[in-house]
Design a protein. Structure first.
Length: 388
């Protein structure tokens, strides 16, 4: 194994991040403190949303958003088949059912046409539609929102890959065409908090419900309830909620990282372009992820498309060959409708776009601390493997 190994993704931590965390550790607040407020305010300002609500991870962000929208038993949510299973699971946590939409085989994204087809299979109505910004890239959000609206569905963006991405010049998370957008601060994402998540919205009542649900359903607002001045401890559990809070320790790391979002996005864009150039020059049967119009992605992943049958090798053998040369890789994702749980629940489904995307995709290393020459090195290693 080479001395230097490139994983498919990793966090970028500097001394500023460490100091921010240490400062919180030395403070009076380790959780539910002022750093949470600061992170929420700054994140909302950066993406252009009225409200941002921090939570424990991207999965809880999705669950909170759907629960705050009142999604429940008897409802249907439309989820693209190519995503991490948390997108679909969040609907089931609320007691709803899922109808899987097919995706564009070259982008892995749910399209207006595949959304319309999924809604038809759902009987023409759905409670929520969850577009997934796979790898940080968006589809036509205005068209998706229009189709969803005609079916009576709200749009909740799974933007867990898309911190820093823009669509039609606006930051993802501004919720111009959605009720809410959900983000992840997992270490391999653009912003790291260890674990962490965020929901953005422009609806003040939805934001209130999100905050209530993330903390056991408890209300402490004296203006809303009968609390005497001599009872400062008073609180009321109004609904059944969860402990989905983010700690100030994690928020400190996320806030410090957020201050470098522009540089992170710029670096990821530069590395992605270096990959594009290296692949174009390599002359191998490997194509980068197809790009969608109007989107300026801050790519969380660098997926490529490989005709494994055409090169006469399995994906596993290609991944093994890359690893031998110090290059990590990963697959994003097995179609969720093919997971045993969902087969048992809904039966086997044929979604040709998702299957085509899955059969050809492989994610190459992409993270901020890669060297300028690393994309060319990775492509050289890939060329040696696929040419064997």
């Amino acid at each position: 194994m080479p001395k230097r190994f490139l994983p498919y993704g990793r966090q970028s931590i500097d001394e500023t991040d460490i100091k921010a965390v240490v400062d919180v550790l030395r403070s009076d607040w380790l959780t539910t403190g002022p750093t949470i407020d600061a992170l929420e305010a700054e994140f909302a300002g950066i993406v252009g949303a009225e409200h941002a609500v921090a939570c424990s991870n991207g999965t809880t962000a999705l669950h909170l958003a759907l629960a705050a929208e009142g999604v429940g038993p008897g409802d249907t949510c439309i989820v693209p088949a190519i995503t991490f299973m948390a997108t679909a699971n969040a609907a089931l946590y609320c007691g709803a059912d899922v109808v899987f939409a097919d995706v564009d085989p070259d982008t892995g994204l749910m399209t207006p046409d595949s959304l319309a087809a999924a809604l038809e299979r759902a009987g023409g109505k759905a409670r929520a539609v969850l577009p997934v910004h796979l790898a940080g890239q968006c589809e036509a959000m205005d068209d998706l929102a229009a189709i969803a609206g005609r079916s009576g569905a709200v749009v909740v963006e799974d933007a867990c890959h898309a911190v820093g991405s823009r669509w039609k010049g606006q930051r993802v998370g501004g919720c111009l065409h959605s009720r809410a957008a959900c983000f992840s601060f997992h270490p391999v994402k653009t912003i790291a908090a260890g674990e962490g998540g965020m929901v953005t919205t422009n609806d003040p009542e939805l934001a209130r419900r999100l905050r209530q649900l993330r903390s056991h359903g408890i209300e402490r607002d004296a203006a809303r309830h009968q609390r005497r001045d001599d009872e400062p401890w008073w609180h009321e559990m109004q609904v059944l909620g969860w402990n989905y809070r983010l700690s100030d320790i994690q928020a400190a790391l996320a806030l410090s990282q957020l201050h470098r979002l522009d540089s992170f996005a710029s670096r990821r864009t530069a590395l992605s372009r270096a990959y594009d150039v290296a692949l174009a020059d390599a002359g191998i049967p490997v194509a980068p992820l197809a790009r969608t119009p109007d989107c300026e992605p801050c790519l969380h992943l660098y997926p490529v498309r490989i005709d494994f049958d055409g090169i006469g090798q399995s994906r596993a053998s290609v991944m093994s060959g890359l690893a031998e040369q110090g290059v990590g890789s990963q697959v994003h994702y097995i179609p969720v409708n093919q997971q045993p749980y969902y087969i048992a629940r809904y039966g086997r489904q044929v979604l040709p776009g998702a299957q085509s995307y899955y059969q050809r995709t492989l994610s190459l290393p992409l993270y901020v601390d890669m060297l300028d020459e690393d994309p060319a090195h990775v492509v050289d290693a890939l060329a040696r493997v696929v040419s064997r």
